[in-house]
Each structure stands twice: as C-alpha cells, then as structure tokens.
Design a protein around this ligand. Structure first.
Ligand code: ATP
Length: 515
C-alpha cells in the first residue's frame, strides 16, 4: 500500500477507535489542535511513564519537576525567545498558501536524497556483486546530486545562521522550488514570524501584564535550577526532568499530530561541569537512541541528523529522526546548550545561578545538555510503526483481513480482554471474577457482545496483547485460553498463572530492563 494511503488509514483508524480526535470537531475543528480519546490517553500516559521512569527511576542523579505554564515575561526576554524564536515564512501568490521557507528547502534536499536512493536501488538490481559504498562514491550522477545537496546545505546553513531572509529566498528561487499546491514559483519575500502565543495576566486593563504561553518546558527547569539543587543537595552532574504542555503558533500545521499548536514535551536538562559537556552530549545521544530502539521496531527506521544550523544557545545539536510515512523527521532533539540559559537568567534576574565545586573551591555556572522529545510525536511514531493491515489465509483456504495495532505490550492501552464464549451458563460471572482480580494489576476489558471473532478483531484494532476466553471447560478445570495478538496462537492455561504470564510481557519493567 502507498505510504500516503497507509497514513490516511491510520488517521481514520485513530478516530474510529478512540485514539485521537480533532479538537472542537462539532465546530469544524481547530487547526493543529487535537484531543486524545479513551485509548489515546492510556497510550500517551504509558509513553510518559516509560520516559519518566527511564529518567527519574533509573538514575540517582535525576529528579523531576512540574513547573507552571505561565512564567514571568522576562524569562522569555532572557531566553532569547522574544527576539529570536522566529520561523521564516513565505507565501505563494497563486495558491495563497503559506510555507516555512526552511522546510521548503529541507524538503527539496530530501527529494534529491530520494533520487540518489533510487539510483542505488536501480543499480543494486542490475549488478550481482553490488558494492553500495563504491557506487555512491563513484557514480557520476550520484556525485552530481551529492554536490548539489552540499551546495544547497552550505548556503542554507549560512543564510539561517545570519538570519539572511533574502538569501533564503534566493535558494528557493535558484533551485526552482515550486509551491506544492499551485506548482508555480510566484513567491513573496521571506518574513520572520514569532511563534509564541501571548495573553494577559491581571484584571484591569492598565494593570494587566502581557505574558506568554511557554513554547518549551526547559525554561521552567532553568529558573528552578538552584531551588532543586539546594533542596535536593544535588551535586554535578545531575539532571532535572519535566513533562508538560508547550505552545507554538506554528505557521504550517500539517501531518496530523506531528506539528501541533498545543503539544507536550518531555525534557531533561542535565547540568555538568564546563568542559565535560561533549562527553555528556555523546552519552545522552547514545542513551536516547537506545531508548527509542527498545520498543523493538525496525532499527533502520531511526537515524541521527546533526544540525548544520545551531540554535543561538547550542554548541552541538543532533536530532533523532524516525522514518514516518511521510519521510524521515525529527522526534527528539539533543542539544548541548552551554551555559547560555543560566547566564542569561543570571543577568536578567540579577540573582547568582552558580554552583560551588568543593574540589576546586570555585563557583561557576554549569553547562547543560538537553534531551527534548515531543510526547505527541512519539505517539505518532509508535502508532505509525504499529499500525498494520494484514491479509490472512484461514485453515479452510479462504482469506480474511484484520487491522492490528502491534503496540509494544508495555504501552498498549488495554492489556487484556476477558471474553466469555457465550453469555450464559455462568461464563460471564467467571469472566467478571477474573477481571475483578486482575484489574488491580492491569487495564482489563470485559466484552461479551458479538461473535468471538469480532471481539478478537476489536481488541486487535486497539492493540490489546492478550485475549482470555472463558468457555465451558473453564467451569470444570479452572483453565482458560489465552490468545496472543501478534501470532493469533491460542494456549490453554490455568487461571492462577494469568497474572504472571501477562505481567512478564506488559510491565514497563520489560522495557526499562533493556536500557
Ligand atoms: P521542528 O524543527 O520540527 O519545528 P524543533 O527543532 O523546533 O522542531 P525543538 O524545539 O527541539 O523542536 O523541540 C523538541 C521536540 O518537541 C521536538 O523534537 C518535537 O518532538 C517536539 N515538538 C516541537 N514542536 C512541536 C510541535 N509543533 N508539535 C508537536 N511536537 C513538537
């Protein structure tokens, strides 16, 4: 199936099965804002728990924080967001569509990369003894594409670093980048657009103060850095982890929950001795990639993308990208933020944000390595990887199909469904008893409606890893059948063994132990 159809079906599936709804849908929706339904919220909570435990539970030197969304407005002056949290936007005069100029260029580069991949693919089919590395180095056409990419990338990095809007436009014009809707090159000038939402705090018009909805959770950590350090008697290196909402007035909102105006971030700010930041940057790069790969999806669908344009606060930065149905895109950013933020807050607040090093006898502002991941993007990553439309051949030779969410069991919204084979002969009562026993350990669902086949399909569609069927034999010998979502195999097991069998697969511990 084409990737585009796969993605469309996934979005429809999320709505039909209570994972994600458009916000305020009855009023025709609000662009780039989404609500999570009954199963979506469970999956999202499980993702957050796994991240939180992997940080706070597994590290002696990482603690949590929950800071407010509203912050003193000077925070955003100090952090640079008032002056520099801009995206370059450009309009196409024919389609009247607005684009992020940097994304138009990045998409153009991705298209050239795709052309190279096609050449490689074609050649691999042609030659038996195919040496991909050699081919990439020596094939003239690939060489031309590669040089083009390098040329655009260099110009792009310099234009972005210098906020040279005319140069950004020139790259779009010179490379004949067209509007995906109108197909024309009738572009306006490039303008800067600040992404922060503003509102007012206070009741009277003249006493009200303009404040911002935070565009990242990080600053709440920085301004509390000394509170946590002192009250927790933390010593370097140490980290503060936080999960919370962030808001950005994104220019182009596309691709479902990939780019939202209200979203959630999971951020770690890790404070280190100046000079040690590169070592910790490498450490967190590897640790975070391991976290992503622990879900057991295809390893080839993840890659690092080192930044050419460094944010104003960073001395090294990389993204962890995932191969979404619409191409490789960022899921998480890892940044070496230097001492920029703490120094800025020190200057703007007039309060010292330093730490005393008993070994050297000096006080200094620590350096920071940040890992920042969007919960919603992570959610999209998981469901994109897990969504599967399967054709099956039954024992009698006929074919059937099912939609199955192959979610990692530890993240699945419902861990087990308990299904009485028939709605009589005491089977519902036995089923209810099992649910009432196991609901203290797992999110369980009882379902007695429709045929057993239909009930299995419903559970497959929401990603439930285990279905327990109660039949007449259960009443005689206390055994049930357990059906495994992925293989659809069934086994007869004793009721008393259920908790252990299920726990071994669905406990978050199974993921945490891989780290
Ligand atoms: P992008 O380049 O895609 O706009 P970014 O580099 O601005 O992202 P960061 O500021 O590094 O993103 O934010 C860290 C993480 O927060 C991102 O990796 C992403 O997972 C998430 N994130 C950022 N913006 C959004 C958004 N508008 N909607 C959903 N998640 C987001």
């Amino acid at each position: 199936m084409a990737q585009e159809d796969h993605f469309k079906n996934l979005i429809a599936h999320c709505k039909e099965y209570g994972f994600v709804f458009q916000s305020s849908e009855i009023y025709d929706g609000l662009s780039a804002v989404y609500d999570y339904g009954q199963y979506g919220v469970e999956l999202k909570n499980n993702i957050k728990k796994y991240w939180w435990d992997s940080m706070v539970l597994l590290h002696d030197n990482i603690v949590g924080l929950d800071s407010a969304i509203f912050m003193h407005p000077t925070t955003w002056k100090a952090s640079g967001h008032v002056d520099a949290f801009n995206d370059p936007l450009i309009d196409n005069r024919d389609s009247k569509k607005r684009y992020r100029a940097d994304i138009l260029i990045e998409d153009h580069i991705a298209k050239i990369e795709a052309k190279i991949d096609k050449e490689v693919e074609k050649a691999a089919k042609r030659f038996n003894d195919f040496d991909e590395k050699l081919f990439r180095e020596t094939n003239p056409r690939v060489g031309d594409y590669q040089r083009k990419i390098e040329e655009i990338t260099a110009g792009f990095a310099s234009a972005m670093n210098n906020s040279d809007l005319a140069a950004i436009r020139e790259i779009i014009i010179n490379n004949e980048i067209v509007c995906p809707v109108s197909g024309t090159r009738n572009w306006t000038e490039v303008r800067q657009f600040n992404l922060m939402f503003a509102t007012e705090i206070g009741s009277t018009a003249d006493g009200a103060m303009k404040i911002y909805l935070r565009p990242e959770t990080a600053q709440g950590i920085f301004v509390n850095f000394l509170n946590v350090q002192k009250s927790g008697r933390m010593k370097l290196p140490f980290g503060i982890a936080q999960i919370g909402k962030a808001f950005r007035n994104e220019i182009v909102a596309r691709q479902f929950i990939f780019r939202m105006r209200e979203f959630e971030q999971m951020e770690l700010q890790f404070f280190v001795k100046p000079g040690n930041e590169m070592e910790w940057f490498s450490h967190w790069k590897e640790a975070r990639m391991k976290w992503h790969k622990s879900f057991g999806f295809n390893d080839d669908d993840y890659r690092f993308h080192d930044h050419v344009k460094l944010a104003h606060y960073a001395n090294a930065a990389t993204d962890i990208e995932y191969r979404f149905p619409f191409g490789f895109k960022e899921v998480e950013g890892i940044h070496s933020r230097t001492d920029f933020d703490l120094k800025q807050h020190q200057e703007y607040s007039g309060k010292k944000l330093q730490i005393f090093d008993p070994v050297s006898g000096e006080s200094y502002v620590p350096f920071v390595v940040e890992t920042s991941i969007g919960v919603d993007r992570m959610f999209l990553q998981i469901i994109s990887a897990a969504y599967c439309e399967e054709e099956m051949t039954k024992e009698d030779g006929s074919t059937d199909s099912r939609v199955v969410f192959r979610l990692p069991p530890a993240l699945a919204p419902v861990k087990l469904a308990v299904l009485p084979l028939v709605r009589k002969d005491g089977l519902p009562e036995i089923s209810r008893k099992i649910v009432n026993e196991l609901r203290f350990d797992f999110n369980c669902q009882y379902d007695e409606k429709d045929s057993i086949g239909k009930r299995y399909r419903r559970q497959d569609a929401i990603g439930t890893p285990f279905c327990i069927t109660i039949d007449h034999q259960t009443a005689e010998d206390n055994t049930v059948t357990i059906r495994y979502r992925d293989t659809m195999l069934q086994e007869r097991v004793e009721i008393d063994k259920l908790r252990d069998i299920i726990d071994e697969k669905v406990n978050i511990r199974t993921l945490l132990r891989k780290l």
